[in-house]
Design a protein around this ligand. Structure first.
Ligand code: GTP
Length: 598
């Protein structure tokens, strides 16, 4: 077996700390790719990833490295998704390796995701190699980074490797450290085949391609495999590795990272974190840590033009083939027509899916306010889960409602501490701990309702801290909270798309703001029309739609970007199709404007 000369590692870093650039340099140094074929960023293939600067999906690569000790090592590098929404995927890709390069941007220092990912790596028992990257930058502060390594991550500063992916400094040092410090593959002596599935993709020609890390045993084409979480069996059609393109090989053995193609039809059936074994000689226990992932954030997605409904349906179907965490079902709304209720792992996942629908499938969509999943306990003792405000049962039947919370760690410069504390309070959060990181920065550990960070938390954090603050979170517990359903009525008739579940203390303020906005956007009417917010039967806020006059000036919209213009053009076409709510004819774009400007 080649296992003693195999090393498996990944790179963990905060967004933009240079993971992709460094990975490319490693591939180039080991001649896995030549400079000529290298695009700027070889590992990130999706456009969107590049643009948003977020590595969403993992791509494992195998490299051969002739080390200073005269031996040739097989190095498997697996990429990790950098963002918290994909925390489960991060932890599965960490489970596929024995060590991690922890990148720190020399000019930025340790950030929220650096800490969160380092903790995940420790939890998996990985060897961490700290790399201070971008040392070519004039603003690099090595001393500060070293101190943060020791103080925040408790890693001895002398272990740090100084590097620059851009200038190619420290690349050999990194590869030598991988060989010397990271242990060879673990759990190789288990009696039967055990391989971890850490990602699955759908390819329209070949079907499902799953990325696996073999721990023990070998797997070949033609064999019958079994997925341990479900007992499902399938025939292996091909096994191979990435160099970085797919390359078919004879078998995958202990320590190897590669892909399998089988006769499994959908990514649903082969879940991330599952253990593959042989059907006729099955392992008795699964590799540790498997769990089902469940969507935490829901919203309605509607085509801007009702003609695009079929196109949206096709887009969601295709996206789901590659992303079993995305779920959807059809729904309809009086205000918005026919669309889909969609569930996502978190906010970023939601944004990424919406953006891909717009870009890759060219469907303009509108999304309703996102909602978390509430647990509603009834007087009868039954507990139901509600992800759409309109499904909240009659208030009289409810004993209490619980909402999900998050445990967040927020990094920020000292000077903004007061304002950020204010923001946390406003969002119904509490601060459990404040840790001084160095002379200039602090880390807050706080608990917040997930619902409160859905809309503008991150933007506010960034704007208050002038871009220097960062946040990372993991899901916390459910907690009972004084929550109510707020309806918005136009001329006494509820508008389904605006129903929301809010904390009682915030209902009036939010209700008033929504009424004002809607009253302002609905075109003037012949008669006085009320827009109201109500809890149960009780009106808590009210505004009036303008009455028709001669000198109505047209509304102007702020922030003219091209998407907005396209949106406006499309809406103009749709102007004719009025919606009748409370006997008031309302152009559909009025609802869209309100949802957009929130
Ligand atoms: P995500 O995958 O989006 O998290 O980003 P990343 O960590 O892969 O970072 P990426 O390699 O895309 O680099 C982010 C930015 O930093 C880019 O503008 C790079 O050109 C720049 N960069 C990366 N490495 C270096 C470096 O060593 N020195 C300098 N000066 N800039 C670098």
């Amino acid at each position: 077996s080649s296992a003693p000369l195999t090393r498996n590692f990944c790179i963990i870093a905060h967004v933009d700390h240079g993971k992709t650039t460094l990975s490319d340099r490693l591939l180039e140094y080991t001649s896995t790719i030549t400079k000529r074929v290298m695009t700027d960023q070889h590992l990130d293939s999706m456009d969107l990833e590049k643009e948003r600067g977020i590595t969403i999906k993992m791509h494992p690569v195998v490299m051969n490295y002739p080390a200073k000790d005269g031996k040739i090592y097989k190095l498997h590098l697996t990429d990790t998704p950098g963002h918290v929404d994909f925390a489960y995927e991060v932890s599965r890709s960490l489970a596929a390796v024995e060590g991690a390069l922890l990148l720190i941007d020399a000019a930025q220092g340790v950030e929220a995701q650096t800490v969160a990912n380092a903790h995940l790596a420790y939890a998996q028992g990985l060897k961490i190699i700290p790399v201070i990257n971008k040392i070519d930058l004039p603003s690099a502060n090595l001393e500060l980074c070293m101190k943060q390594l020791e103080d925040i991550l408790t890693i001895p500063a002398e272990e740090a490797i100084l590097a620059s992916g851009k200038s190619g400094i420290g690349i050999q040092d990194i590869l030598e450290a991988v060989v010397e410090r990271i242990p060879p593959p673990r759990w190789t002596d288990y009696a039967t085949l055990r391989a971890l599935v850490f990602d699955s993709k759908y390819d329209s020609y070949r079907g499902v391609i799953s990325y696996i890390r073999v721990f023990s045993g070998t797997l070949k084409a033609g064999e019958m495999m079994m997925l341990m979480s479900t007992g499902q069996k399938a025939e292996v059609k091909e096994v191979g590795v990435f160099r970085p393109g797919m390359e078919k090989i004879g078998h995958l053995g202990p320590g190897d990272v590669g892909y399998i193609v089988s006769n499994i039809k959908s990514t649903d059936e082969i879940k991330i974190g599952d253990t593959v074994t042989h059907a006729n000689k099955a392992a008795t226990d699964m590799l540790p840590g498997y769990k089902e992932v469940r969507p935490m954030v829901y919203c309605g997605l509607y085509p801007l033009e009702s003609d695009d409904y079929e196109k949206l349906k096709v887009a969601l179907g295709k996206l789901r083939l590659n992303d079993s965490a995305l779920i959807y079902s059809s729904e309809s709304s009086i205000a918005l027509g026919f669309g889909f209720r969609c569930g996502f792992l978190g906010l970023l996942h939601m944004e990424v899916v919406q953006e891909r629908i717009r870009r890759e499938y060219d469907v303009e969509i509108i999304s309703t306010y996102p909602s978390v999943v509430y647990k509603v306990k009834k007087h009868s003792g039954d507990v139901i889960e509600v992800d759409n405000p309109i499904n909240l049962p009659d208030p009289g039947s409810i004993f209490d409602i619980s909402e999900p919370t998050i445990n967040a760690s927020i990094h920020l410069p000292n000077e903004f501490l007061g304002d950020i504390m204010g923001l946390i309070m406003e969002k119904r959060g509490s601060c459990d701990q404040t840790t001084t990181l160095d002379g200039a920065r602090v880390m807050l550990s706080c608990t917040l309702p997930l619902n409160e960070i859905l809309v503008d938390f991150n933007d506010r954090l960034k704007s208050i801290t002038r871009g220097y603050g960062s946040m990372d979170y993991e899901l916390g517990e459910y907690r009972v909270s004084d929550l109510v359903r707020m309806d918005i009525l136009v001329n006494q008739d509820p508008v389904d798309a605006f129903a929301s579940i809010v904390h009682r203390s915030k209902a009036e303020g939010q209700g008033r703001a929504l009424c004002e906005k809607l009253a302002d956007i609905i075109p003037p009417q012949m008669f006085k029309i009320a827009v109201q917010a109500a809890i149960g039967g009780k009106i808590i806020a009210r505004d009036n739609v303008r009455e028709m006059r001669k000198d109505v000036t047209s509304k102007c919209y702020g922030g003219d970007i091209s998407r907005k213009r396209k949106l406006l053009d499309k809406q103009k076409e749709g102007k004719k199709k009025m919606k009748l709510i409370g006997k008031v004819s309302i152009p559909p774009d009025a609802f869209i404007q309100v949802l957009k400007t929130n």
